[in-house]
Design a protein around this ligand. Structure first.
Ligand code: ZN
Length: 210
């Protein structure tokens, strides 16, 4: 009887292995081979969050280890290593064929193959920290702004724009020029200032000079 149980258990393990391999191929963006650089790096690194170790210990079929990697619900667990996780974030965001996806799309792509606790939050931070994405966002906002032109002011110095030219070569502590333009008359006033002037400072100039 005991022998039979062992046989059943063995068969189950074999089936399970085959099932998980199918799952990985299906979920993966690229077919992951053992020669893959990232797989080698994952295999070399076993820094794991406590919750991962606990999930593996449960042996409930949701988390398991295979070829020196941990799998969580069919996804490769990315070890708790900042450099390694950043590498995979970069791979799923920066390349031209992926083209800087937004948070949701990036999460969708990445979790087809990989997973780690805090993945969603890490993706958010990565996208928000991407210079190219932030630049695009600003351009979109500016374009959207053009659709709603400002109302035309009715009298002089009602609406102004203030821009700063600088830093300029410093002279007597002055290294910038405030350019104040009246939107009604298009009149320009210039005011010598410093690049580190505060918003209160600008307000004071506006109050005293205009
Ligand atoms: Zn980006």
């Amino acid at each position: 009887m005991k022998e039979d149980n062992n046989d059943v258990q063995l068969l189950k393990d074999e089936m399970w292995t085959r099932k998980t391999t199918d799952k990985i191929t299906m979920l993966g963006r690229k077919v992951i081979t053992e020669e893959s650089d990232i797989v080698k790096k994952i295999q070399k690194n076993n820094t794991r969050e406590k919750e991962i170790t606990q999930a593996l210990e449960k042996k409930d079929g949701l988390a398991w280890e295979e070829d020196g990697m941990a799998y969580i619900e069919g996804r490769i667990y990315m070890p708790n290593n900042k450099k390694l996780r950043e590498e995979i974030l970069k791979e799923y965001h920066d390349p031209a064929d992926i083209g800087h996806p937004g948070q949701h799309r990036m999460l969708e792509l990445l979790k087809r193959t990989y997973w780690w606790p805090g993945l969603k939050e890490d993706i958010k931070k990565y996208v928000q920290g991407c210079f190219k994405c932030q630049q695009n966002k600003v351009q979109h906002q500016q374009r959207a702004g053009e659709l709603h032109p400002l109302e035309i002011p009715k009298r002089p110095w009602q609406e102004i724009s203030i821009n700063m030219i600088g830093p300029l070569p410093s002279s007597n502590g002055i290294d910038a020029i405030l350019v104040i333009v009246d939107r009604f008359t298009k009149m320009i006033r210039l005011k010598a200032t410093t690049t580190n002037i505060s918003s209160e400072g600008i307000a004071k100039i506006y109050r005293d000079e205009i």
